[in-house]
Ligand binder design. Structure first.
Ligand SMILES: Cc1cc2nc3c(=O)[nH]c(=O)nc-3n(C[C@H](O)[C@H](O)[C@H](O)COP(=O)(O)OP(=O)(O)OC[C@H]3O[C@@H](n4cnc5c(N)ncnc54)[C@H](O)[C@@H]3O)c2cc1C
Length: 318
């Protein structure tokens, strides 16, 4: 929308959930979001990252192309998104053995995927926004009434939507990750997929992300000794050379869990006229775009494209 004037209002512009994420392209903890939507949003996003990766912008945007090795204790059906990632196939016995020294996994997937490091990608997006004349306002929003001066609001408040829009269906999915320095580790490896003792290894630009935990309903963002020990032990089993890696940092983030991603236009009633407010409006069009669970970076671009269409629809209805 080249003619739009865009202002991003956010309490935090750093250290958000998106900054801490591993950045792997893979649909994950998305509740019951319909697979056809996940695939459409996911494909658009994958294509966007791939184009970025193939451009001179890649180092600034934090995109890395990598091989993925995903192991399972028992055979599982292929994922709905198999056709989106290049080279999807089953692991051979020999490939599986490389990451399964104890031979406890009998099935596995190989594919090529993209990692987009949130910290770098958000900085890159922010620069693009500034270059296009966009504004940033650091402000905690207590009520939609505070935004009554805008024509349309796009709600990308993540888990914050629980309080801001009273969405009681939202819940945190607590995730603990550790960053280490291990430049020799360049593959994404995942064992025990989707359990609360998940084991994943995601290379980023300067660090490697080791995870993780899946604490549904847990709001505690303090790292726990037991989780840290478990993450490291499981990672060492899969890639023993990680024992030589230097510990860099650890972080606990809350994935914005929801029964389904919410991407829709709603006319939301304002509670009252703000003091000094000039709008005289009783409601405001809000394009909701939140609840992306463990896959915000995986679906971001595709969801944003739909959100833009809904903004245009809202403006046309004025
Ligand atoms: C450990 C971990 C690993 C992950 N790994 C991956 C991965 O590998 N791949 C992937 O695709 N996804 C991953 N995710 C998931 C991903 O991080 C989230 O889906 C994504 O960050 C959600 O983005 P968001 O913009 O909706 O929310 P956020 O990044 O949380 O941003 C919300 C913004 O809204 C602002 N806000 C909220 N409420 C208010 C308010 N009342 N007033 C003003 N501002 C407000 C916040 O300050 C913030 O700026 C991971 C998550 C975790 C926790």
């Amino acid at each position: 929308m080249p003619e739009a004037e865009v202002t991003i209002v956010a309490e935090k512009f750093d250290e958000t959930t998106s900054h801490g994420a591993g950045g792997l392209w893979k649909p994950y903890t998305l509740g019951g979001t319909p697979p056809d939507l996940v695939n459409r949003w996911g494909q658009d996003t994958f294509d966007h990252y791939l184009a970025l990766y193939q451009s001179p912008e890649a180092p600034q945007a934090g995109t890395i192309l990598t091989s993925a090795y995903q192991l399972f204790p028992e055979p599982v059906p292929d994922p709905e998104w198999a056709a989106i990632v290049p080279h999807f196939r089953h692991l051979t016995d020999r490939e599986r053995a490389a990451y399964d020294p104890e031979g406890t996994h009998t099935h596995g997937w190989f594919y090529t995927t993209i990692i987009t490091e949130g910290r770098l990608y958000l900085a890159w997006l922010t620069k693009r926004l500034a270059a296009a004349g966009g504004h940033l306002v650091a402000q905690r929003v207590g009520s939609l009434d505070e935004l009554a001066g805008f024509d349309v609001v796009v709600n990308c408040s993540g888990l914050g939507a629980k309080e801001l829009f009273g969405d009681d269906s939202m819940y945190p999915v607590r995730g603990h990750v550790i960053r280490v320095r291990a430049p020799w580790v360049r593959h994404y490896v995942n064992g025990a997929t989707g359990t609360d003792k998940d084991c994943y290894i995601i290379p980023n630009t300067d660090t490697v992300v080791l995870g993780g935990t899946l604490g549904k309903g847990d709001f505690d963002t303090t790292p726990r000794d037991e989780d840290r020990r478990g993450i490291l032990e499981r990672a060492y089993q899969v890639v023993p050379s990680l024992r030589a890696a230097e510990f860099v940092s650890e972080w606990v983030g809350l994935r914005p869990g929801r029964p389904s991603v919410r991407l829709e236009l709603e006319q939301v009633a304002l509670k009252q006229q703000q003091p000094g407010g000039s709008s005289g409006k009783s409601s405001l069009p809000v394009v909701h775009n939140y609840g992306h669970g463990g896959a915000g970076l995986t679906l971001a671009w595709g969801c944003a494209a739909d959100a833009v269409q809904l903004v245009q629809q809202a403006l046309a209805q004025r």
